[in-house]
Structure formats: structure tokens, C-alpha cells
Design a protein around this ligand. Structure first.
Ligand SMILES: Nc1ncnc2c1ncn2[C@@H]1O[C@H](COP(=O)(O)OP(=O)(O)O)[C@@H](O)[C@H]1O
Ligand SMILES: O=C(O)C1=C[C@@H](OP(=O)(O)O)[C@@H](O)[C@H](O)C1
Ligand SMILES: [Mg+2]
Length: 171
């Protein structure tokens, strides 16, 4: 890449942002960041703890700060959290400071990929599918609004999807 542009991955829980982002960064020799991981580093606690102690509101404040800070960097791949696009400030930061890639998948895949993982507080409910469907109604238009490219992640492995992103971006 001539200019060191950032690549921001957005999309719902279980789309593969964290996993595909790591592969993508490795392939492009860019630094990889994950907003959830950065929140955990800064607080010294896990995401579930932040939700428990500070509520979703506290988590969202931290998420906005972390994304504002990380998006100032150059030449990074950033995996955002699935809810980050609900903030207009965050959408503006992402659009202004890099290429936004929307990783799209099916609700079935989201359920399958997240069901054994206790680290997503919003999904620790009796019917996570219903939560994912309701979130999709609100968030999918926002992912679409800021996406420069949209890549499906339900049919191929994370590495292949990372390669497809590179092709689509023309790198
Ligand atoms: N393309 C893919 N194919 C199969 N499994 C995947 C794919 N992308 C991610 N996964 C798996 O799905 C789970 C959730 O992925 P993750 O990267 O944490 O998603 P996100 O960060 O978007 O919530 C992980 O166990 C990961 O290994
Ligand atoms: O969709 C959401 O609101 C959330 C998504 C999670 O990240 P992933 O999208 O990486 O799972 C994490 O930020 C938190 O549990 C809230
Ligand atoms: Mg993630």
C-alpha cells in the first residue's frame, strides 16, 4: 500500500471481525487492534466485568474512547465491537479515518459461532437468537451506511475471507 490506510472491520457478533482481522493484518503486514481487547487491556478486566460493574453505558463510553484513540493511528486493522456503529461519533470516526469493511453473515452462523462463548454479555440470555435478530434490525442499516465494501463470512474460512477482502480492496 502506498499510503498507510486503516482498515476497520464492522459487523455483528460472530461475523468474524476479531478472527479475520488478525489474519488480514498478518497478510498485509499491518498492526492489528481489537477494541474489546483494548478495553480489557486498559481496565485490566474482561468485557463481562465491565458490563457488570459499569453497565452497557459504561462499556459504550469506553468503546467510544478506545475507537477514537485507535482510529488516530495509521496503517492498522481494527476489529470493532458489533455495537460500536450505534454511536454516530464512532461512525464518523471510522468513515473519516479508514476503509470500512462490513463483515456480513447469517443469524444461524452468528448463533452457532457464539453459543459456547460466555464472553458476550448481551447473549447470556435464554434466547440469544431473538437478541441477535433485534440487534440486526437496528444495526444492519448502520453497517451498510458506513461500509466501503461488504464481504460475506458465512461460507468460507476466516483465512479465505481475509484473502477476499484483500482482493476486493485491490491491495
Ligand atoms: N469465516 C469463519 N468461518 C468459520 N468460523 C469462523 C469464521 N470467522 C470466525 N469464526 C469463528 O467464529 C467465532 C467468533 O468469531 P469472532 O472473530 O470472535 O467474531 P466477532 O469478533 O465478529 O464477534 C470464533 O470461534 C471464530 O473462530
Ligand atoms: O454487539 C455488541 O453490542 C457487542 C459485541 C462484542 O464484540 P464482537 O462483535 O466482537 O463480538 C462486544 O463488544 C460486546 O460484547 C458487545
Ligand atoms: Mg470481536
Amino acid at each position: 500500500m502506498a499510503e498507510k490506510r486503516n482498515i476497520f472491520l464492522v459487523g455483528p457478533m460472530g461475523a468474524g471481525k476479531s478472527t479475520i482481522g488478525r489474519h488480514l493484518a498478518q497478510m498485509l503486514h499491518l498492526d492489528f487492534h481489537d477494541s474489546d481487547h483494548e478495553i480489557e487491556q486498559r481496565t485490566g478486566a474482561d468485557i463481562a466485568w465491565v458490563f457488570d460493574v459499569e453497565g452497557e453505558e459504561g462499556f459504550r463510553r469506553r468503546e467510544a474512547q478506545v475507537i477514537a484513540d485507535l482510529s488516530e493511528k495509521q496503517g492498522i486493522v481494527l476489529a470493532t465491537g458489533g455495537g460500536s456503529v450505534q454511536s454516530k461519533d464512532i461512525r464518523n470516526h471510522l468513515s473519516a479515518r479508514g476503509i470500512v469493511v462490513y463483515l456480513e453473515t447469517t443469524i444461524d452462523k452468528q448463533v452457532a459461532r457464539t453459543q459456547r462463548d460466555k464472553r458476550r454479555p448481551l447473549l447470556q440470555v435464554d434466547d440469544p437468537r431473538e437478541v441477535l435478530e433485534n440487534l440486526a434490525d437496528v444495526r444492519n442499516p448502520l453497517y451498510e451506511e458506513i461500509a466501503d465494501v461488504i464481504v460475506k463470512t458465512d461460507e468460507q474460512s476466516a483465512k479465505i475471507v481475509a484473502n477476499q477482502i484483500i482482493e476486493q480492496l485491490g491491495f
